[in-house]
Design a protein around this ligand. Structure first.
Ligand code: NAP
Length: 263
């Protein structure tokens, strides 16, 4: 039976490669991205995937998307969270959040929570959160929006740590929550940078990054056969033994719940 796979950030890089894989198998693929350009690219390269345009750094647009997905897809087999943007300088969203925090943290939590219903209706539901898990990173409790000392790496590492905490806090009888760190994959990582860094990252990527063709199979294996444990962390195809402080996870989830309250 055809499955339904929802991929945030499904118009480029790893998300698009997953969209192609599942569309070619005949599954129903919903790929979300923020730009028309990404949508055009997806339609050309993966015509069987369904593109939905939504700026997922916006809480309002995320809520609208979640409502639409609930209405259109009573059953979702896999939710892949891959929407990401590296912001060399601090950007604030219209709703007043630091952009990385909005897209990498708030959006992922709202999507996972908001799609519980359709996920629980699937036979072997799974959430795959593609992130930099297992590489350190901490929550800047005194300055979550990094107003005072913004660095792109700090924002990215905080987002990765947030995924570890929110994955730990996600409680479901059926839906398995998987954090997956693909480590270094050739997906146009140089693009956000200015020269000369852009050139350096491009060369490093060409020399050291994994090609998509190698990076994707361990992820599809987890989607097709989710782990038995409710929550697991993986790095480049290998499971990590990583204990996360449950008290910090609960505290962080409460904080995110409060920040995302509508109104
Ligand atoms: N590539 C790596 O080496 C690597 C390493 C560790 C972790 N990861 C994780 O793996 C995931 C995928 O990485 P990637 O390198 O494949 O990404 P990518 O090629 O940069 O693609 C990012 C995707 O996110 C979408 N996106 C960005 N901003 C968005 C927004 N505001 N709303 C909706 N969609 C948005 C983009 O589409 P639009 O531009 O059209 O919005 C695109 O489809 C990310 O979560 C990343 O953290 C990647």
């Amino acid at each position: 039976m055809a499955r339904t796979i929802v991929i945030s950030g499904g118009t480029n890089g790893i998300g698009k490669a997953l969209a192609r894989h599942y569309a070619e198998l005949g599954d129903q693929v919903v790929a979300v991205g923020s730009s028309d350009e990404g949508g055009r690219r997806l339609r050309e390269e993966v015509p069987k995937a369904h593109f939905v345009r939504s700026d997922l750094s916006s809480l309002r647009q995320t809520r609208d998307l979640v409502e639409r997905l609930n209405a259109e897809h009573p059953m979702i087999d896999a939710l892949v969270l891959a929407a990401f943007r590296f912001n060399p300088t601090r950007v604030e969203t219209e709703e007043g959040f630091e952009h990385t925090f909005a897209l990498y943290v708030l959006n992922r939590w709202l999507m996972a929570e908001g799609l519980r219903g359709p996920l629980e209706n699937a036979a072997t539901p799974v959430i795959i959160n593609l992130c930099g898990a297992g590489q350190g990173g901490r929550i800047h409790w005194d300055d979550l929006q990094l107003k005072h000392k913004y660095r792109a790496v700090t924002a990215t590492m905080q987002g990765a740590r947030a995924s570890e905490l929110l994955g730990t806090a996600y409680a479901s009888e059926r839906t398995k929550y998987v954090l997956y760190n693909p480590v270094f994959v050739a997906t146009g990582l140089h693009e956000p940078f200015k020269q000369p860094l852009r050139g350096i990252v491009r060369v490093a990527s060409a020399a050291f990054a994994q090609p998509l063709a190698k990076a994707v199979p361990p992820i599809t294996a987890l989607i097709d056969h989710p782990p038995a444990e409710p929550f697991t962390t993986w790095k480049k195809g290998k499971i990590l033994d990583r204990a996360v402080d449950r008290n910090e996870a609960r505290r962080f989830e409460e904080t995110i719940r409060a920040l995302t309250q509508p109104g």
